[in-house]
Design a protein around this ligand. Sequence first.
Ligand code: CA
Length: 510
Amino acid sequence: MRPLFALGFFLVFGALGNAAAPKRPNIVFLFSDDHASHAISAYGSKINQTPNIDRIAKEGMLFRNTFCTNSICGPSRAVILTGKHSHLNGFYDNRSTFDGTQQTFAKLLQANGYNTAMIGKWHLVTDPTGFDKWTILPGQGIYYNPNFKSDKGPLKVEGYCTDIITDMTLNWLDKGRDKEKPFLLMCQHKAPHREWAPGPNQLGLYRDKDIPEPDSLFDDWKGLAPGAKYQEMTIAKHMLPSDLKFKSPQSMNPAQKALWDKYYGPENEAYEKNKPTGKDQVRWNYQRYIKDYLRCVAGVDDGVGRVLKYLDENGLAENTIVVYSSDQGFYLGDKGWFDKRWMYDVSMRMPFVVRWPGKIKAGTENHDLVQNLDFGPTFLDAAGIQVPADMQGKSIIPLLEGHTLADWRKSVYYHYYEYPAEHMVPRHYGVRTATHKLIHYYQRDEWELFDLVKDPGETNSVFQNEEYAKVRDELARELIRLRKHYKVEGAPEPEKKAAPRPGAGKKKAG
Ligand code: CA
């Protein structure tokens, strides 16, 4: 009897032991630059299709209300890595330098046995830390035949940036990683960032049709605080010759240039022969801009599809968390603008879709207020690592599992610092709830209050409207509470020195 009992004991507890220690998931973080959720079909885009990004949503969860804390490239990345607001991670604006000695989620995963890689746009000035393998674009990077920096030294690669970053990603998955370890792979595209230079495979898209215009293309911003009138981010006046493709990328080789000219040459000739004026000029600029932006997005979506296919074909899909997101939103002609920076939803909202078979119910949606602050804590939690107390974000694993948490945050804090600078968007901070938003342009002491239910486009501030006095006071109190909670009060601000503004003082393009 005794040996049988012992065997039974082993079988029961052996099985329980396996259940208690499941294989830790891999994490594939697919990220892009300036990709607004209203240019993703899973989010209801009226202007394009993104079948591969949509697939992540269909097989996982789509988040409707994910917001960055500071809508600009470098700062959003620093927040993701550290799980801390800009004033604590020290990367306030694109003139900051990231302190790579500080704690990041990537370092914690690496220290806990994950194989870690970072490929693509980094944009934090100092070299990556916390990665076994890294290959990054220097600074902003270029679209054609880009230079890279890597843990092995500099390299230059012929080809188109989005395709190259995808190739490097697949190469690391196939040949670079330690197959005995779970992995973190951050694949971060430069596209669709300005100057929206499409790749050779996408140059032919949208040539024979126009893209619908947003309703607010000719907005006069009269319902906004006066500060909105001083911005320099209009499609009408602030696009450069390279943005509008009157200049081609200088780094192209002759074959790339010939293909480019085949597509833009005839259109540019037609433009020169019959130059539009007034609103027609704005419409022409919008079409040129949005088509190039969407061509760049199509390149990113293709890259996402290639990574998903690799995971499928190599038995990795089941135990891998796949995320698609972008560092912030972007104006796609809404309010007559391009670019980001504002606390308005179009700029502040991030696309965020997550697939994790067995954990996330396919085809689900979440409407909770999530932030890029939460990404790091979530990845640590998924790996079974204690989230450090000084990280300001929260793990969203319960949300991914479909739970409703009564104590989940009811408001988010936002703070933008880069002024004076390109596009001249004034510094501001504010609070957003599920239904309202209060913004303080503190250098000018101007305020805005939006009723997001009645006015989701944020066209009319109701700050002066006495019907909203109660909401205004509640939000003002909540703003004070959040600034205390996140330790904003008393934190230093970046210097107010002017940065060079591309295009300022130059002849208008187009
Ligand atoms: Ca960006």
